[in-house]
Design a binder for this molecule. Structure first.
Ligand SMILES: Nc1nc2c(ncn2[C@@H]2O[C@H](COP(=O)(O)OP(=O)(O)O)[C@@H](O)[C@H]2O)c(=O)[nH]1
Ligand SMILES: [Mg+2]
Length: 376
């Protein structure tokens, strides 16, 4: 159970049977970071020569190190997807002498079985085919570049929302089915905003699972955020309060306490006859009534390990709630990372965040450039 794990193993990595480097991953990552930092900071430091003048500002070096660290982590955590996808493409191309119909068909098969999805694959292959014809490509190796460029283009659109927090409090409602990683993503976001010096309040509106409230409290404590919950729920079995009532109290508290960011945790499944989407709409209405414009974001969390299922979930939630953005959790340790391409291409919704693990720092802003670079 997630909660037990959180309590017991907070500083460590969660057990993941299908991880390739169960023990050495952290060490590998640290080494990669150190190497890339060294590689990037040496030349500019040299220019200064240590004799005054030209020394790179410490912040510049630190920022570069941080960027490299994020990239190394991304690269590392995508290793399963890379094996399932790019390595197979490489194998195919190495064994081919020229670009022909047969090769394109085999490529299509790899794309479909890499969780990119049929619809997206069909369009992708068509684009690759056009590029091959337009540029008169013959060498199979050039096909890889063509594929990379087209995937890159898919990951560009649509633009992310402007997340400058204009309204105070800025309210983010987080939705998604059970177990996808909502509460974990909320914990990571809370930690991120708190680190930026924002006052963060979490609303425990998943009133249907006893463990959910405790889980959010643990994350809040870690992040230095406040929590509004209803007494009784999560403590007494059967004492389930109305999610909208908790949201009501939470937003009132946020207004009176000068909170910057409010994040609402919601249920992913209900044990009553109430329809989940109707319940979530009620939560949304409650927020809007108390604070015009709220919720400013409705963030849908999807689980990368579910592959194509994630796309149909997104469509359901979007139809009911008008999602503003997506967070894709559990991209680490899965071979189904191709889903990123399908999500970006077929949903028309911005992929804002990716989850690369279970620690607070394992949430990254999705960056299409970095993703393609890390994948290829
Ligand atoms: N490996 C990995 N596990 C994650 C990630 N996000 C969440 N999890 C795990 O997925 C499980 C379900 O997460 P939880 O946040 O409780 O899902 P919720 O039911 O949607 O709130 C927990 O065991 C989390 O630790 C991630 O990005 N990577
Ligand atoms: Mg939860």
């Amino acid at each position: 159970m997630a909660l037990k794990w959180l309590k017991k193993k907070t500083p460590q990595k969660a057990p993941q049977e299908d991880r390739e480097h169960p023990l050495s991953e952290e060490a590998q990552e640290a080494q990669q970071i150190a190497e890339s930092v060294a590689a990037h900071s040496l030349p500019s430091t040299f220019k200064g020569g240590g004799f005054g003048g030209g020394e790179p500002a410490q912040e510049v070096v630190a920022a570069e190190a941080a960027k490299q660290g994020l990239f190394s982590r991304l690269q590392n955590r995508l290793s399963k997807t890379r094996k399932a996808f790019v390595s197979r493409v490489d194998e195919l191309l190495l064994g081919s002498k020229e670009i022909d119909e047969e090769l394109l068909e085999e490529l299509e098969e790899i794309l479909i079985t890499s969780d990119i999805g049929i619809r997206t694959t069909v369009v992708l292959i068509e684009k690759v085919r056009e590029r091959v014809e337009r540029k008169g490509l013959h060498d199979p190796q050039e096909l890889k570049h063509a594929l990379q460029s087209e995937i890159h283009a898919f990951l560009k659109a649509p633009p992310k929302p402007d997340l400058i927090l204009r309204e105070k409090p800025h309210v983010i409602m987080v939705v998604g089915v059970n177990g996808v990683g909502k509460t974990t993503t909320i914990g990571k976001l809370a930690a991120r905003y708190a680190k930026e010096g924002k006052r963060v309040l979490l609303i425990a509106a998943d009133t249907f699972r006893a463990a959910a409230v405790e889980q959010i409290e643990i994350w809040a404590e870690r992040a230095g955020a406040e929590v509004v919950r209803h007494k009784g729920h999560g403590v007494k079995p059967g004492a389930k309060s109305d999610p909208s009532a908790v949201v009501y109290d939470g937003i009132c508290a946020a207004k009176s306490r000068d909170v910057d960011v409010v994040i609402i945790d919601t249920a992913g499944r209900l044990h009553t006859k109430v329809n989940l989407m109707e319940e979530l709409k009620k939560v949304r209405r409650t927020a809007a009534r108390l604070l015009p414009g709220a919720p400013h974001e409705i963030l849908l969390v999807l689980d990368a390990t579910t592959g194509q299922n994630a796309i149909s979930q997104a469509q359901l939630f979007h139809d009911a709630l008008e999602i503003t953005g997506i967070a894709l959790a559990k991209l680490d340790g899965t071979a189904k990372g191709g889903i990123v391409v399908g999500i970006c291409h077929s949903l028309g919704l911005p992929l804002q965040y990716i989850g690369l693990g279970e620690k607070p720092e394992d949430l990254q802003d999705f960056d299409g450039d970095a993703f393609v670079k890390a994948l290829f």
